[in-house]
Design a protein around this ligand. Structure first.
Ligand SMILES: [Zn+2]
Length: 437
């Protein structure tokens, strides 16, 4: 007998492949060399043997969730600056604490973030922060996939900006393809306020020269948007277009304060958007016009933002809030139906990160980034409509197993790649020590 030998089989599950494919009942997924080699009905599967088999009755296999915007190590600041304005949040708590951060703190905070994401079924995330090599090491240890950018903040200090850009380019060159190819590197200028026109022009030049994408915050704060208009008689987006910064390699977080002209510019330039409804609502920055962005043809992914402004890294929560916020905003319950939201959290997120050929749906040849959701839960019973249950009733803790590159990072809610308790203890101590410094 000559059976196909694969590495992992997930069998007898329901499969939600997404990307225009329908739900498969009594399904089987086979994984070989980190990629999906079969997805379909058990009865149609070729004979094969596997090193490892996950019997998955009562579970749903779906693409791992993609978190398009976070600052992972900010898990250390969770619950520290609550119920205050964005300006005070930044000036009084976050920036003074960030000034005290050491590389090891970022590693611990990032590992805690990886733990929370694995537990919540997030398999890939886009991060922008300081000491990014430490984040890369945490990602390597955790086994996740990530798109990392070393943050560039100038804040009036031109020399500092130049130095941070140089470091960011160095980081990108060194870590592109790191951790068995699971890490992609981008450049991360913070905003059009904290970086000067000259620095932004240099970032664009480097990005185009080295073929690196850019991750930036755009139109998050209304106050800052008003300042830029006063100063330049242009909107933030118009200003960025004027200096030729915007291209289709730009991932723009937030994009709340846009008018029709701004949206037209983002469409023309092919800019991708990361929508972070929970952080936007919590810091009361406004409601992004996601329906209009999508209708205009812009790729919109979903993000949590950092745990200091969310305060969790649960994309199931973000999916529900994204959906109901847009419905409320437009006073129209038909806006952003459940399936569309699921796509934002998976295949559209992959598109926003430029990884749609590799991840975001369960298809033969794609990387095996898969989560199993336990459907035998009170909050998921009865199961009339899978999309609705996933978006409106499921939580991160309904995720049973998390798989990246065909490797099981969590099985039956037990994380395999590192010791959960140790990471949490370490993070708790690090966060408390940071406050004492
Ligand atoms: Zn952010």
């Amino acid at each position: 007998m000559n059976f196909d030998q694969v590495d992992l089989i997930i069998r007898d599950c329901t499969i939600l492949p997404l990307a225009n494919m329908e739900i498969i009942n009594d399904g089987l997924i086979a994984i070989k060399d980190g990629k999906i080699s079969y997805v379909g009905k058990v009865v149609n599967a070729p004979e094969m043997t596997a090193e490892n088999v996950l019997e998955s009755q009562g579970k749903l296999a779906m693409p791992g969730l993609i978190n398009c915007h976070t600052h992972l190590a900010m898990t250390l600041f969770r619950g520290l600056a609550e119920d205050i304005t964005l300006e005070r949040w930044l000036n009084e708590t976050i920036w003074p604490l960030e000034a005290k951060l050491k590389p090891q703190d970022v590693y611990i905070g990032a590992l805690l973030g990886c733990l929370e994401m694995i537990k919540n079924g997030i398999t890939c995330f886009a991060d922008m922060y300081f000491f990014e090599p430490e984040v890369a090491e945490a990602v390597k240890k955790a086994g996740l996939r990530a798109v990392l950018a070393s943050a560039i903040i100038e804040a009036g200090d031109f020399e500092k900006g130049r130095k941070m850009l140089k470091e960011a380019v160095g980081f990108a060159k060194r870590y592109q393809g790191y951790a068995d190819g699971r890490i992609t590197a981008l450049l991360g200028p913070h905003t059009a306020f904290t970086c000067s026109e000259e620095l932004l022009a240099r970032v664009r030049e480097e990005a185009s020269k080295t073929d690196l994408g850019i991750h930036i915050h755009i139109a998050e704060s209304k106050e800052m948007a008003m300042n830029i208009r006063k100063e330049r008689q242009l909107s933030e987006v118009e200003f960025l277009e004027k200096i030729s910064f915007l291209e289709d390699d730009v991932l723009a977080a937030h994009c709340i304060h846009l008018d029709e002209k701004d949206i037209a510019i983002l469409v023309k330039k092919g800019v991708k958007v990361a929508h972070n409804p929970v952080a936007n609502m919590k810091l009361a920055q406004g409601i992004a016009k996601i329906k209009e962005l999508i209708d205009a043809g812009i790729t919109v992914g979903l993000g949590t933002d950092g745990a200091a402004s969310n305060n969790s890294l649960d994309m199931f929560e973000s999916m529900k809030i994204a959906a109901i916020l847009q419905k409320t905003n437009y006073k129209d319950p038909t806006v952003l139906p459940a399936r569309k939201i699921l796509e934002m959290a998976t295949i559209k997120g992959a598109e926003a990160l430029g990884l749609e050929d590799q991840i975001g749906s369960l298809e033969v040849g794609k990387k095996a980034d898969i989560i199993l959701v336990d459907l035998s839960k009170p909050n998921l019973t009865p199961l009339h409509e899978l999309y609705a249950n996933l978006v409106y009733s499921a939580h991160g803790y309904d995720v049973d197993s998390t798989i990246v590159d065909g490797k099981i990072l969590m099985e039956n809610r037990e994380v395999k790649t590192f010791n959960e308790k140790e990471v949490m203890e370490h993070a708790q101590n690090t966060a408390f020590n940071l406050l004492k410094r």
